[in-house]
Design a binder for this molecule. Structure first.
Ligand SMILES: *Cc1c(COP(=O)(O)O)cnc(C)c1O
Length: 385
């Protein structure tokens, strides 16, 4: 059997065994509707309440400030649309490197009469808070900036942006899907009013996430129906998912710091190995302000997808940073915003490490990458002069 190495943890993660164990009874025995007043309903409600308390404790917020959603995408939509629609019209500020869940939501709102400013980034993928400040207008209704970039791992200066937002009394939404449960987040110190998170990026199940909404924030719902989630998000709760998310957060609170240290060391081992064996390769993103387990490579004059497929044949799962359509290489919007030249951006490959990653995995991937790149450059030196 070929070895299998999963280096795509920024895309999704396996459910932690402790999370799985806690969820199972909620499929079989504790199946009541949490809105029902009988014992079956109360049992389910208890599971939901405990999960909310665990997450609130982790974020040091009040349980009433948390809303469960179907995941990071819904949380982002809810945050941005909920803030915008509560004000009816006005101006939104976001960045050019956001996840599509924020980026395209802002674009969609432009179709409904809102105006958007998309702040650029430097070559490391980092925003300049001064540019955010210059983008603020009297009619700015919301600022939405991601905490860490899912593609290159750069961590944004949220604290400074939070201070600006607070001075002007503009609500700040932060997509923290890539940092929640990976690095510490202090919503008060950072000036965050709304925070999106997702279960399946932190060893919880897919299809569950949440949004922290600071008490007093003017918001409207984007999903109407019953009285669920204090009338902020209608729909019968995904009880097993919520229970799993709560447990996943509890496990992360316990393991997060040690794991971040371990992953940083493995990422360094990976990059040192790649750099020593593959010529013309760069690590994208910020040199220090970055996620522990994210290593995005720029391999010059090779196509991302060819590398991904080559590694796939070796049982390795990584993700491509550029797509090839009809013979044209299209780098991701993040790499374009960073101004990465096409001959480098075309070969963007994101490797994201996680709980199961070992030093042997890293060495195996490095050993596989070297001949793959060499061969691709021999037979297909794309874009080479
Ligand atoms: C994965 C991700 C999302 C979307 O979360 P889902 O739960 O998959 O919908 C949003 N933002 C970032 C930064 C992500 O990495």
């Amino acid at each position: 059997m070929t070895r299998r190495v999963y280096l795509d943890h920024n895309a999704s993660t396996p459910v932690h065994p402790e999370v799985m164990a806690e969820m199972l009874p909620y499929f079989t025995d504790l199946y009541g509707n949490p809105s029902s007043i009988h014992a079956f309903g109360r049992d389910a409600r208890e599971g939901v309440d405990l999960a909310r308390e665990r997450i609130a404790r982790f974020l040091k917020v009040s349980p009433q400030e948390l809303v469960f959603t179907s995941g990071g995408t819904e949380s982002d939509n809810f945050a941005v649309k909920g803030l915008a629609w509560a004000r009816g019209r006005g101006h939104l500020i976001t960045s050019r490197v956001e996840h599509h869940a924020v980026f395209r939501t802002c674009q969609a709102l432009e179709g409904f009469g809102f105006e958007g400013t998309y702040v650029g980034v430097d070559g490391y993928g980092m925003l300049d808070p001064d540019e955010v400040r210059r983008a603020i207008r009297p009619d700015t209704v919301a600022i939405s900036v991601m905490h860490a970039n899912s593609e290159v791992g750069t961590i944004q200066p949220i604290g400074e942006i939070g201070r600006l937002a607070r001075e002007r009394k503009i609500p700040l939404h932060v997509d923290a899907v890539q940092t929640f449960g990976k690095i510490p987040i202090d919503v008060d110190a950072l000036g965050i009013d709304l925070l999106s998170f997702s279960g399946h990026k932190i060893y919880g199940p897919k299809g569950i996430g949440g949004l922290y909404v600071r008490k007093g924030t003017k918001m409207v719902s984007i999903q109407h129906g019953g009285e669920h989630e204090r009338r902020r998000r209608a729909g019968t709760e995904n009880v097993p998912g919520i229970v799993g998310l709560g447990k996943a957060v509890e496990v992360r609170a316990r393991d997060m710091r040690a794991e971040a240290e371990r992953l940083t060391a493995l990422r360094t081992r990976f990059w040192e190995g790649v750099r020593a064996r593959v010529p013309e390769v760069r690590l994208s993103g910020h040199p220090t302000e970055r996620l522990p387990g994210t290593a995005s490579l720029l391999v010059r004059h090779v196509e991302s997808e060819s590398i991904v497929l080559g590694l796939d044949l070796k049982g390795i799962g990584v993700s491509a940073g550029s797509a090839c359509t009809a013979g044209n290489v299209e780098p991701s919007h993040v790499l374009v915003a960073m101004g990465v030249p096409l001959d480098w951006a075309m070969g963007a490959v994101r490797c994201s490490l996680g709980r199961s990653t070992t030093a042997e995995d890293i060495d195996y991937v490095v050993a596989c990458l070297e001949p793959i790149v060499k061969k691709l450059r021999q037979v297909l030196p794309v874009g080479a002069a």
